[in-house]
Design a protein around this ligand. Structure first.
Ligand code: SPV
Ligand code: MN
Length: 625
């Protein structure tokens, strides 16, 4: 099509107002992109959004009108259901489209460019018949910031578009300022054919990523982790973009921890899904900037971070008044909340797993009509809500959102935290000997027992370096090297900590309470500022009993006994060596200078552990070190 034909086609599908909004951007690449998918997906109409409150209301109303969201009893609350088989990120069908000669390493899921492109474009054909196409502009990161990136989302799901309003900063005005550029991320999503308002053909679910053109295609799915372009889809593009520049895109929360005498220290933390990341970022008494994705740049010799997002797509399971008071309040008061995949009763009240209050006996959930005791086709009980059910809210709804949340300069990061779900190996908190040791031995060796946040079996110990493996867009060696280079380029790199909230006793009970993480962050805050001593062990520096005892009493008003400390901070030599051996296997087919450095750290750490073992035995109390 030539320009006149494009304009004619677009103006037939959209109102004058939408057309004016689109053309006012004066961006040829945007017009071309919208025209290409308007023609291919063939929606009945197209709606172009700017940053206005009217357009925001339009999208929200559409999600209700389309039955993608149902209004609940509380003002501002809605519920959305994804299909029973569309409840999490689909790792198997998320692939990088690569041209001949491109090798992203064996850990990444790739597909021949042309094959993948053709397949997904075939699925796109006429996929929006009978539907409206929404065209949205967003800014990843705070507006007017050197950290931030622009993007365009095309979707036929008002739920996806509505979620983006809660989760991101709109970027239409910013787009106007950037001029006629191709330098932005693009996302095309279609839920595909619907049945009972959910994607029908989940067997044709695809998330295909084109790193060369900075575009992600997503189809036959509604679950936000597969569809909301700005979240994990943009994260993959940003990881790729920053690899040749001097900054990082990390799967990290950003939070402020209050120290003594009004001091505040910021931390960025990476945890695999459902491992306490959001609840750490939201800890009562501390402040939250973001819970999922950070852009981190060098500034004056420090690491400076912004939250890419403006809201939270958080796991709702086990959110209860006692352990998560801040989000509990938001979920129980008026204001915009999208609940997904939990139970709704006939009065428009909602219930989820582990909410700590009485739940309804019947209603509607992600699997349809539900009543207590309902069995699925295989005779298994259908739970009242899905384990990966979520809530979507804006950050500023939280009482403890940080004053720098929108700061275009970001905040200075005092510490990186890496954590996984580990029942028997690592101590609750330790600090690395230096930046590289932390990145390698806490970040690059991160493992976690799997959860419901991705499809597949739960409870399997899985390697997930820096909790970023699902999103990594280039080979492991280069990513680790990029992190090491980032740190060595700083005069004051962040301290690096490893945490584990999930240590269990021999009889399978958790050794720590949900809020104990509030103690570990206070200790880390002291460490960053040189205010606490440590015990040096083969795996890093661990806290002194007296310091923890004091913090437990101050923060949780809890007694912390010597026995608890010993059980939690015992250095478990055989388990720690077994972990090194597992991770050696993971990397045995990888190569490069970072991998060599990693293997040297494995050897050194193993040697230290064996020395301790020969002197003191398999399990060594911190008091004996
Ligand atoms: C995660 O699983 O890491 C999430 C939710 O933050 S998702 O949007 O599915 O990625
Ligand atoms: Mn995440």
């Amino acid at each position: 099509m030539n320009n006149t034909e494009i304009e004619k086609m677009l103006s037939q599908k959209m109102s004058e107002n939408s057309f004016a909004k689109l053309t006012a951007l004066n961006n040829d690449a945007v017009i071309e992109f919208v025209a290409k998918y308007a023609e291919l997906c063939s929606p009945d109409s197209i709606y172009v959004c700017d940053d206005s409150a009217d357009d925001r209301a339009y999208i929200r109303n559409k999600s209700i009108e389309n039955n993608e969201e149902i209004k609940l009893a509380t003002e501002g609350h809605t519920i959305h259901f994804d299909g029973p088989k569309d409840q999490a990120r689909d790792k198997a069908n998320t692939k990088y489209l690569v041209k001949e000669g491109v090798n992203l390493g064996e850990k990444l899921n790739t597909k021949d460019y042309q094959e993948g492109y053709d397949e997904v474009h075939e699925f796109f054909e006429n996929s929006m018949n009978g539907k409206e196409m929404y065209v949205r502009f967003f800014c990843l990161g705070p507006v007017n910031s050197d950290f931030s990136l622009s993007c365009v989302q095309i979707t036929d799901s008002a739920y996806v578009a509505h979620s983006e309003d809660l989760l991101y900063r709109t970027g239409y005005e910013q787009f106007k300022k950037v001029g006629n550029t191709k330098n932005f991320f693009r996302f095309v999503h279609t839920a595909g054919e619907l049945e009972n308002n959910v994607s029908k053909n989940v067997d044709k679910r695809r998330v295909f990523i084109d790193l060369e053109d900075n575009i992600v295609y997503s189809t036959n799915t509604q679950y936000a982790g597969n569809t909301v372009g700005l979240k994990k889809l943009a994260m993959r593009l940003a990881i790729n973009k920053c690899k040749d520049e001097d900054w990082l895109t990390e799967h990290m929360f950003v939070m402020g921890v209050n120290g003594p005498e009004g001091r505040k220290t910021y931390f960025a933390g990476a945890f695999p899904s459902a491992c306490g990341k959001t609840s750490t970022a939201m800890l009562p008494g501390e402040t939250i900037i973001g819970d999922d994705i950070a852009y981190i740049r060098p500034r004056n010799g420090h690491a400076q971070a912004v939250n890419v997002e403006n809201g939270i797509f958080g796991i709702i399971r086990d959110v209860n008044q006692k352990d998560d008071p801040i989000i509990w309040d938001v979920l129980n008061s008026e204001g915009e909340v999208i609940f997904s995949n939990i139970l709704k009763d006939e009065n428009g009240k909602v219930y989820w797993l582990g909410m700590g209050t009485e739940t309804a006996d019947k209603g509607v959930n992600y699997a349809g009509e539900w009543e207590k005791g309902k069995k699925d086709a295989n005779g298994n009980e259908v739970s009242l809500a899905h384990k990966n059910a979520r809530y979507t809210v804006e950050l500023d709804r939280l009482d403890n959102s940080d004053e720098n949340t929108q700061n275009p300069e970001g905040v200075t990061i005092g510490g990186f935290i890496y954590g996984g779900r580990d029942s028997d190996t690592s101590v609750p908190v330790a600090e690395s000997f230096n930046f590289a040791h932390g990145v390698l031995m806490y970040g690059a060796t991160l493992e976690s027992e799997t959860t419901a946040a991705t499809l597949g079996a739960e409870g399997v110990r899985t390697f997930n370096l820096m909790s970023i493996l699902d999103f990594l867009a280039y080979p492991l060696n280069d990513y680790i090297q990029h992190n090491l280079d980032f740190g060595s380029g700083l005069t004051n790199p962040p301290r690096v900590f490893g945490v584990n909230y999930f240590l269990k006793s021999k009889d399978g009970k958790y050794l720590n309470g949900m809020l104990d993480k509030g103690v570990w962050v206070k200790w880390m805050e002291l460490r960053v500022n040189g205010d606490a001593e440590t015990i040096t062990t083969p795996i890093g520096n661990i806290p002194l009993y007296e310091d923890l005892q004091k913090i437990f009493s101050q923060v949780l008003n809890k007694e912390y006994t010597k026995d608890q400390y010993i059980e939690q901070f015992t250095i478990r030599v055989p388990e720690l060596i077994a972990k090194i051996n597992r991770i050696r296997k993971v990397y045995e087919n990888e190569s490069g200078s970072a991998i060599e450095q990693l293997f040297a750290e494995f050897d050194a750490q193993e040697k230290r552990l064996k020395e301790l073992q020969s002197e003191k035995g398999d399990h060594v109390s911190p008091f004996d070190i």
